[in-house]
Write a protein that binds this ligand. Structure first.
Ligand code: G1P
Length: 298
């Protein structure tokens, strides 16, 4: 079994759910406390052992590539002023043995199409897909869900799709997994029988929603090459995974961490609070502020 070394991160979305904030800056560059959202997901991938990061991007998104590039002028200035902590923070965002490349998605034809744009860089290797809107925070379980998914894949050869339970009235917003009535334990996987993109509540086979982390075999790219428009008229990753299911086993991995959808306003605010409570510079002051606010609103 080949090792999982690559991640595809589609960053070509227009960010309409967070306008006007995302009009002139990519939504992936919006900060959560002191780092842009994209940095959290890249760090998550690196912590899970990924060595090659493939960004699928579009016009107007070059700030993302710049963020991971060297900024000589800023580095020289920080060095001159002896600001060593800040210098370290901007200098080594990814370790030297990890590479970041980007490729364009020329047309907005859906998530499946965006992932397929990276096909020539995958070259039949297994790969991870991370949806960068979604932050996965493993603060409380002290684990790394993505690393666990990769080790399941490398051990069993079954594709791994991260899922979490959502309320009935939210199933229409997600890809939903049919696990034949089984709900995996936290941190465990169960076989998937079918996957359906954004079903209405009455036909949804379960509450197990696809959260935005996938570990997939290289074969996925050939299935995406044949992708036809599905839900919303877009080429859906979910549909191609449903096709993969007819050939090989695919499993739903139930996440242990908390998840924040930074592609919408409430999720973005919650992420800032959750990560603000974890950050040494802001934790104390933020906790006091939240307590005082809660008392004032009683
Ligand atoms: C995408 C996927 C969906 C998944 C969701 C997670 O949908 O198509 O299967 O459940 O991300 O956030 P989107 O939210 O981009 O419409």
């Amino acid at each position: 079994m080949l090792k999982v070394r690559k991640v595809v991160i589609p960053v070509a979305g227009l960010g309409t759910r967070v306008l006007p904030a995302s009009k002139a800056i990519p939504k992936e560059m919006m900060p959560v406390v002191d780092k842009p959202v994209i940095q959290y997901v890249v760090e998550e991938a690196v912590a899970a052992g990924i060595k090659e990061i493939i960004l699928v991007t579009r016009t107007g998104k070059s700030a993302i590539e710049d963020h991971f590039d060297t900024h000589y002028e800023l580095e020289a200035e920080l060095a001159r002023k002896n600001k060593t902590a800040l210098l370290a923070a901007i200098q080594h965002i990814v370790p030297p043995d990890v590479s970041i490349v980007s490729i364009r998605q020329p047309e907005a034809k859906g998530l499946g199409h965006a992932v397929y744009c990276a096909a020539s860089m995958i070259d039949d290797e297994p790969f991870v897909v991370i949806l960068p809107d979604v932050l996965v925070n493993n603060e409380f379980d002290k684990s790394n869900d993505l690393a666990r998914m990769i080790s399941e894949f490398e051990g069993k050869g079954a594709a791994q799709i991260m899922v979490g339970e959502v309320p009935d009235d939210k199933v229409h917003l997600y890809g939903i997994a049919d696990c034949d009535g089984i709900v995996p334990e936290f941190g465990q996987s169960a076989a998937i029988k079918g996957l359906i993109e954004k079903p209405s509540q009455d036909v949804a086979p379960s509450n197990l929603a696809v959260i935005g982390r996938y570990v997939l075999p290289g074969r996925m790219m050939s299935l995406l090459a044949d992708g036809k428009p599905g839900a919303g008229g877009e080429i859906q990753l979910t549909d191609a995974i449903d096709a993969l299911l007819t050939e090989q086993s695919v499993e739903a991995y139930k996440m242990m961490g908390a998840t924040y959808d930074c592609g919408e306003k409430l999720g973005y605010l919650k992420a800032n609070i959750a990560y603000g409570l974890q950050h040494s510079e802001t934790a104390g002051g933020l906790k006091e502020f939240i307590k005082a606010l809660a008392i004032a609103h009683e």
